[in-house]
Design a protein around this ligand. Structure first.
Ligand code: LLP
Length: 403
C-alpha cells in the first residue's frame, strides 16, 4: 500500500508552495492501477484512464509510464494525451454531442473514436465508409451511479445512442459498409455494484452478433472509491470474476475473443489527491461555527455541485478536541464544503486537508471571483515537484482585449 503522506509533511508542502494547494501522490495512482491489472491478469482486458478527472500532463505522463491507455472527452484532451506521449492507438476519444468537425480532427490524429449519435454516425459512414474502424457509444437504459447528476446510462440520459435504436444503427452501418470495431457503454460514476457492469454486458450481447468485425467491448468507467469512513470501493476482484464468467457463457460470434475495455477516472486518481487550504477566519454564530478557508467552490466544486462528501482533516491540530464546524469558502456565494462536521479543534491559520481531491478537483476549478487557480504538486518517489504554478494577476487579464 502506498504510504499516506504524513500531516507534518503536508504542512511543509503548504508552507513551501502556499495554499490553496492540490497535492497528488503518484504511488497511490500506481497502487490503484495495479489493483486493476492484477484482478484482470487472466483476461484480455485493458484500461483507458478517463483523463477528464485530472489532465495535468505530468499525471498523464505518469499514467502512461504505468502502461495504461487514455480515454478523452474532448479534442483538446486528445491533444494533451498526444503531448504526454500516448501513441494514437492508445488514445480513445469517447465523444458526446460534438460537432462532426471535431470527429474529423480526431480521425486525422489517428485515435480511436466512439460515436454517440445517429447523426454523426451517418456523417462518418458517408465520409469514411469502411476505411476507418470506429466504435459506437450506446445508452444501455440502466440506472446506476452515485447520484442522478453522475448517472449517464439511464433511459432519460443524453449520452449515447439508445440501445432500443439498434435497428437504426445497423441500417446506417450497412448502408455505408462501416467497420465497427467496438461497442461502448458508460452507465455512471461511483458504481459499487459490480452487477451493473454484468447487466451492461447482457444488454450488449443481444446485439454483438450483428457486428461482424467487432473486436472490443468498452464498459466505460465509474468504479467507486471510498470517500467517507465505512465506504467501500468497487470490488475489482469480484468484478473480474463476474466479467470473465459473463464472457465465457456468451460464445463470441465467429469465435474471435473480444477484448474488454474499461475507462476508470476516479478509481485511479481520486484518492491520490489532497487539497490543502488555510483557515482565514473562525466565526461563532447561533447556527454554526463557521470555518472560512482560503478557497471556495471555485477550486473544489464537488460539495456544492453534487453534495459530495470530502473528508476534512486538521493537519495543524490532529490531536485537538473534535468540535462541530461548518467549513465554508471565501467567495461571494454560499460555498459550503462541509456542514456540521466533527473536526479536531480548528484555529485561525490552521491547515485543513480535503481528501479524495485528485479526481474532478482542480479539473473543475475556475477563476470565479477573479481568484487565482491553485498550484499543483506531485509527490513521487518521496520528492515533491511543482507541476503547475499558482495563477498570477496577469493570468486574469490574459486573453482580454483592451479597447
Ligand atoms: N468514461 C466516460 C465516457 C465518462 O463519461 C466518464 C465520466 C468516465 C469514463 C469516468 O468515470 P469515473 O471512473 O471517473 O467515475 N464530475 C463528477 C463525475 C462525472 C463523471 C463524468 N464522466 C464527479 O466529480 O463526481
Amino acid at each position: 500500500m502506498a504510504q499516506q503522506l504524513a500531516p507534518d509533511y503536508l504542512i511543509g508542502l503548504a508552507r513551501e508552495f502556499g495554499t490553496p494547494l492540490y497535492v497528488y501522490h503518484a504511488e497511490k495512482i500506481r497502487e490503484q492501477y495495479e489493483k486493476l491489472t492484477s484482478a484482470f491478469r487472466n483476461s484480455n482486458t485493458i484500461f483507458f484512464y478517463a483523463c477528464k478527472a485530472l489532465t495535468n500532463v505530468n499525471i498523464l505522463k505518469y499514467i502512461h509510464s504505468l502502461g495504461a491507455n487514455v480515454d478523452c472527452s474532448s479534442i483538446n484532451e486528445v491533444r494533451l494525451a498526444l503531448f504526454a506521449g500516448f501513441s494514437p492507438d492508445r488514445i480513445l476519444y469517447t465523444s458526446n454531442g460534438i460537432a462532426f468537425g471535431e470527429i474529423e480532427e480526431a480521425k486525422e490524429l489517428g485515435v480511436i473514436i466512439n460515436i454517440d449519435s445517429l447523426s454523426n454516425l451517418e456523417k462518418f459512414g458517408a465520409k469514411f465508409g469502411h476505411s476507418y474502424p470506429v466504435g459506437i457509444r450506446l445508452r444501455p437504459n440502466i440506472l446506476a451511479g452515485g447520484n442522478l447528476k453522475i448517472s449517464t446510462g439511464h433511459d432519460k440520459s443524453k449520452f449515447g445512442i439508445p440501445v432500443d435504436q439498434a435497428d437504426l444503427v445497423l441500417a446506417i452501418v450497412q448502408k455505408y459498409n462501416m467497420h465497427i470495431s467496438d461497442l461502448h457503454i458508460h452507465t455512471g460514476s461511483e458504481i459499487k455494484d459490480v452487477d451493473v457492469f454484468v447487466k451492461g454486458i447482457e444488454v450488449l450481447f443481444d446485439i454483438v452478433p450483428k457486428f461482424s468485425e467487432l473486436e472490443f467491448i468498452d464498459l466505460g468507467g465509474g468504479f467507486k472509491v471510498p470517500y467517507k469512513d465505512g465506504d467501500v470501493e468497487t470490488d475489482i476482484e469480484l468484478l473480474a470474476r463476474k466479467i470473465e464468467a459473463a464472457f465465457s457463457s456468451h460464445p463470441n460470434p465467429g469465435g474471435r475473443p473480444l477484448q474488454v475495455w474499461f475507462e476508470p477516472g476516479k478509481f485511479l486518481v481520486s484518492e491520490s489527491g489532497l487539497f490543502i487550504t488555510q483557515v482565514n477566519v473562525l466565526k461563532e454564530t447561533s447556527a454554526a461555527t463557521f470555518v472560512s478557508v482560503d478557497s471556495g467552490f471555485n477550486h473544489l466544486i464537488r460539495p456544492m455541485f453534487y453534495d459530495a462528501y470530502h473528508r476534512i482533516v486538521n493537519l495543524s491540530n490532529p490531536h485537538g478536541d473534535p468540535k462541530r464546524y461548518s467549513v465554508v469558502g471565501n467567495i461571494c456565494e454560499t460555498d459550503t464544503f462541509a456542514w456540521d462536521r466533527m473536526i479536531h479543534e480548528v484555529r485561525e491559520g490552521d491547515f485543513l486537508a480535503f481528501y479524495n481531491a485528485g479526481a474532478y478537483g482542480f479539473e473543475m476549478s475556475s477563476n470565479f471571483n477573479s481568484r487565482f487557480k491553485p498550484a499543483e504538486v506531485m509527490v513521487r518517489d518521496g520528492k515533491a515537484h511543482l507541476i503547475r504554478k499558482r495563477d498570477v494577476f496577469e493570468d486574469l487579464l490574459r486573453n482580454q482585449i483592451l479597447l
